[in-house]
Design a protein around this ligand. Structure first.
Ligand code: ADP
Ligand code: MG
Ligand code: MG
Length: 640
């Protein structure tokens, strides 16, 4: 997303009236865009990461830590440099949902040289240092997925009371002031999602039951009919969208390759979610989940009771809808993967027909018609009337509020950018080293998939099962996930589809494997993703420094998967449950939270070694830029 321009949001009543208008023009805009860009060829690999951070503030005297609502102030300064020199900056900064959050991306996307893997971590460090220069006393920037006491009394600096009667979210816990104030989009979305749903959102996370855990967990169940006993109850968009994540975008050489990447990375989403698990604590309690995914999903679930299947469909409601607009994807995009689309897909039949009549093939038409079952939940008066030949705002309006595990991104109008896919499941890690490791691992996998024409695709219902398994406590060590045994096609995808008709998509193609087996291999069954990457790297020319860094990254992934190292979620759990003040009651108290974040801060800055999370030798040879000499030697970009 570019710098957000200010605008005037319409009220929910006005927005609702325009729902069909936005859909109608959004689809026309997609059709026009598709016609112009379907044959676009020859784009090269470009890619980039997005890391989200929270700003925390330590109060050492009182041993408290809060989130600091200074994002807007900091962004004003951070964006000044970009405005002065849009092409020259090394980082780009954007607002996020929380008034205590910022998002950083590299100034320009990375390219196809292997040497680019060696500048990712340095760029992440640069970003952190750049933003840190604007912090006030006691403040730190942290890429922690969730602030464990988000929504507890006085969790912000300055403190604010929640506004359950008047606030945009009506939350008992999350005040409006914690929502980013610098752009109306965030509060508008919050209000409109609540109003569309007909009540505020409700998320219930199973509590981690320790010997002294009091059930019910607190008194919210007495005030709220939606709060379940034995669960941590959350009631605001901020509990989900106020979490940090790590995302990646790749540019493909053409639309077909983008569709292949979209499909092939889909089965990896739950695996990478489990491996990057980093958020076991919510609203001051340890829960039985390790990841943020279902929390965000529930936090923006705008479906009415009728759409959720809890009541008859109301007036104007067209569909029963099985998932929130934030969830895992529902269908593969490549024609040869159609047979794996085994969950019933809700889609708008008229839109589907219109797309088909405009020469858009079945899976793509279905995908778009599925995204377009959603109503707009944020519309600005300046954007209502558009030129459908030139603009794509209505398309983007629906596209960008379908927050799924993967996103298929068409080229923006009038730009040099090609067809892209975004990989969205990963949780943010504490250190730049870990975030760089996850990023490089996934990008390397895309290269392996394309150069060896691997096939990870499995029935999408199994991916959905895996998504749920991935979030359970300790899933990285204990979970078992559906995985495809024979991933080699040895043939082009088109031929592969023919093979499949001959019966190779039988269910015995898949086996339940641990994350360790998927990453590190299972004797006689699956070579392991690391081995595939290693073999790809052997065939490539790579300079010594980059080789060294990549090896450190792969080692981290390998050891997280094997259980030799803890996931961030397990580390946080262990820290809390072994803290001298922990009362075996699942509570992450003010002081425990303070000590936890102090430790996390010392780990991220490198002041405190943390072998159980990171291992012993984590010194990579990351560099700020690719050495000139290397650029000359490696003039030939890798084919993928
Ligand atoms: P989002 O819509 O997901 O917020 P952003 O605009 O924040 O997307 O950018 C996502 C990522 O895409 C960034 O890491 C950026 O470096 C990267 N990126 C920018 N241009 C390209 C490109 N042409 N191809 C691939 N990635 C790109
Ligand atoms: Mg972004
Ligand atoms: Mg993104």
């Amino acid at each position: 997303m570019g710098l957000l321009t200010e605008g005037s949001p319409l009220s929910w009543e006005e927005t609702k009236v325009h729902a069909d208008h936005v859909r109608k023009h959004g689809v026309i805009q997609f059709i026009n865009l598709y016609k112009k860009l379907r044959d676009r060829q020859g784009d090269v690999l470009k890619w980039g990461d997005e890391v989200e951070y929270i700003i925390v503030k330590f109060d050492d005297e009182n041993k408290r830590v809060t989130v600091s609502l200074r994002a807007q102030e900091m962004l004003a300064e951070l964006n000044e440099k970009e405005l002065a020199d849009p092409q020259g900056v090394k980082s780009l900064w954007r607002p996020e949902y929380g008034a205590y959050m910022i998002e950083g991306t590299p100034g320009r996307p990375y390219g196809g040289l292997l040497a680019h893997f060696n500048i990712v971590e340095a760029n992440m460090k640069y970003r952190r240092t750049e933003a840190a220069a604007l912090l006030g006393p006691g403040e730190y920037l942290m890429s922690i997925t969730n602030f464990p006491r988000l929504g507890c009394p006085n969790f912000t600096s300055p403190p604010f009371d929640p506004q359950p009667e008047t606030g945009v979210s009506r939350s008992l816990f999350f005040p409006d002031e914690a929502i980013y104030p610098g752009h109306p989009r965030f509060k508008t979305l919050t209000r409109n999602i609540r109003m569309r749903r007909g009540e505020k959102v409700a998320i219930n996370l199973p509590i981690f039951k320790d010997v002294n855990t009091k059930i019910p967990v607190d008194d919210s169940h007495q005030k709220e009919s939606n709060a379940l006993p034995d669960h941590v109850y959350l009631d605001a968009m901020g509990f989900g969208m106020g979490c940090c994540c790590l995302q990646l975008t790749f540019q493909a050489c053409n639309i077909a390759e983008a569709r292949t990447l979209y499909d092939q990375l889909t089965p990896l989403c739950p695996i990478m979610l489990a491996l990057s698990a980093a958020s076991p604590a919510y609203r001051g309690f340890l829960t039985d989940v390790d990841c943020r995914w279902n929390v965000i999903s529930g936090s923006v679930d705008c479906r009415t009771p009728g759409e959720r299947g809890l009541a008859p469909l109301g007036p104007g409601e067209k569909f029963r809808i099985t998932k929130s607009r934030y969830d895992s994807i529902d269908s593969y995009l490549s024609p040869h993967n159609e047979k794996y689309n085994d969950i019933p897909l809700t889609y708008d039949k008229d839109i589907y027909k219109q797309l088909r009549e405009n020469d858009i093939d079945h899976p793509l038409a279905q995908h778009i018609a599925h995204l377009f079952i959603r109503d707009t939940v944020s519309l600005f008066s300046e954007k209502v009337n558009q030129n459908d030949e030139e603009d794509t705002d209505h398309f983007e309006n629906i596209q960008s509020t379908n927050w799924q595990t993967m996103r298929f991104k068409p080229p923006p109008p009038r730009s040099s950018i090609g067809w892209r896919v975004e990989f969205r499941p990963c949780e943010a890690q504490l250190t730049d080293f870990e975030n760089a490791a996850f990023v490089c691992f996934v990008v390397l996998l895309t290269r392996v998939i394309l150069s060896y024409q691997l096939n990870f695709v499995m029935p999408i219902s199994k991916v959905d099962e895996n998504m749920q398994k991935a979030q359970k406590r300790d899933a990285c060590k204990q979970g078992k996930f559906w995985w495809r045994k024979d991933i080699s096609t040895g043939v082009t995808p088109v031929e592969a589809s023919r093979h499949c008709h001959l019966g190779s998509c039988d269910t015995d193609q898949y086996e339940e494997m641990t994350i360790n087996e998927i990453i590190n291999g299972k004797e006689g069954t699956f070579p392991g993703l690391i081995a595939l990457i290693e073999s790809y790297l052997e065939s490539m020319d790579v300079d010594a420094d980059t080789h060294c860094s990549i090896q450190q990254y792969l080692k981290l992934i390998q050891r997280r998967a094997s259980g030799k190292l803890l996931t961030t979620a397990s580390y946080i759990r262990e820290f809390v449950t072994t803290h001298p003040l922990y009362k075996k009651d699942s509570v992450v108290s003010e002081e425990i939270n303070y000590d936890l974040l102090k430790a996390a801060q010392a780990i991220q800055s490198g002041e405190m070694p943390c072998p159980k999370l990171l291992g012993n030798s984590i010194f990579t040879k990351t560099k700020e830029s690719i050495p000139e000499a290397l650029r000359k030697v490696l003039t030939k970009e890798c084919p993928y």
